[in-house]
Design a protein around this ligand. Structure first.
Ligand SMILES: Nc1ncnc2c1ncn2[C@@H]1O[C@H](COP(=O)(O)OP(=O)(O)OP(=O)(O)O)[C@@H](O)[C@H]1O
Ligand SMILES: [Mg+2]
Length: 321
């Protein structure tokens, strides 16, 4: 029996127009999510996680350039969709908990107005729905204390953590096939981070959704996902089942990332990976990780390594393997 693919990204290439020219950020990226699967996406800051996620429901900024590839959602290429189809996709199929909740709430309208719009335009509920009761129920489900006050507030009257939870409530307001959570806890303090993550984890289980959880922090995604994609400079360099990635990482970048994760048990920070993500105007040829790699060869300079299945369900893009 073949498993139903909810999302299938193939050979995606995306850049941005800048004053220095068009950058080359997302580079031959492949990704897939099968029904009910939970995927983690990890990688350093600036490696293209948000860009990839924003391509899925086409909410990229105006200066983004989609250079090629396919993003299929339930078999249909999102990159070919007309405006009406895209609206439907965002309303019915894909919801996103954004990295920056401040930018995604409209500062001019009270939370209640924005909640009502979402509930109304989803067309999931009939005209008779009590918008307030439904909103309060959703706010309670994301552990917002004082939901009545939140309902009647402007976004600026709420803390960053509260705004983040309002965004989570909004993205859960209507049934969706795929939930994308892009660093959903980056604005929260550590205790609330865990609370919100557990909440997302529980909701994912309850609702049988497919999900993509994006995070710079490996420890964060570990608990909630079946499989992890490691991204470096716009390319997928390793894919493995969660446990496998932690027990047997293969790509030198993944190994570096794991070592760089601060240990809560003490020992402080390790040195991390020397160097930084490339300049996307003129990224390195061949393997993009080469300038930072402890063990590269000439081949790494000239040829882009493709993902190879080195053992069942474990893929690595590295000429060293
Ligand atoms: N609107 C834009 N115009 C130009 N460049 C952009 C724009 N948005 C993002 N970029 C660049 O694209 C690259 C990838 O950014 P992206 O936000 O996708 O990374 P990320 O992996 O989500 O990082 P983080 O972990 O910090 O959120 C970065 O070099 C970033 O500076
Ligand atoms: Mg990001």
């Amino acid at each position: 029996m073949t498993q139903q693919k909810v999302l299938e990204i193939k050979n995606l290439n995306v850049g941005y127009e800048t004053y220095r020219g068009v950058t080359d950020v997302i580079h031959h990226l492949d990704m897939e999510v099968i029904k009910k699967e939970k995927i983690g996406v990890i990688g350093e800051s600036g490696c293209g996680k948000t860009t990839t996620m924003k391509t899925i429901n086409r909410i990229l900024p105006n200066n983004a350039v989609i250079k090629g590839g396919q993003v299929k959602f339930n078999g249909k290429n999102v990159l070919d969709m007309k405006k009406k189809e895209l609206m439907k996709l965002r309303r019915k199929n894909v919801s996103m908990i954004p990295q920056d909740p401040t930018a995604s709430l409209n500062p001019l309208f009270k939370v209640k107005t924005q909640m009502k719009d979402i509930l109304k335009y989803s067309k999931e509920y009939d005209e008779e729905i009590d918008y307030k009761a439904k909103s309060i129920e959703l706010f309670e489900s994301v552990a917002l204390s004082d939901p009545e006050r939140v309902y009647d507030s402007y976004p600026f009257q709420l803390s960053g953590g509260m705004r983040q939870r309002v965004c989570i409530a909004m993205s859960l307001a209507t049934p969706k096939d795929l939930l994308i959570a892009d660093e959903p806890t980056s604005n929260l303090d550590v205790t609330i981070q865990n609370q919100v993550l557990n909440l997302i984890g529980n909701l994912l289980e309850e609702r049988d959704l497919s999900a993509i959880l994006v995070s710079q922090a490996l420890g964060t995604v570990k608990k909630f996902v079946d499989k992890i994609y490691v991204i470096y400079a716009g390319t997928v360099i390793e894919i493995a089942k969660t446990d496998k990635l932690f027990s047997d990482p293969i790509h030198p970048y993944t190994i570096g990332l794991l070592e760089a994760t601060p240990k809560l048990t003490g020992g402080g920070f390790s040195a991390g990976i020397a160097g930084q993500t490339p300049d996307y105007i003129d990224p390195p040829s061949g393997c993009r990780f080469r300038p930072r790699c402890p063990q590269y060869s000439d081949k790494c300079k000239n040829e882009r390594p493709k993902l190879i299945e080195v053992e069942k369900d474990h893929y690595v893009a590295c000429w060293g393997n």
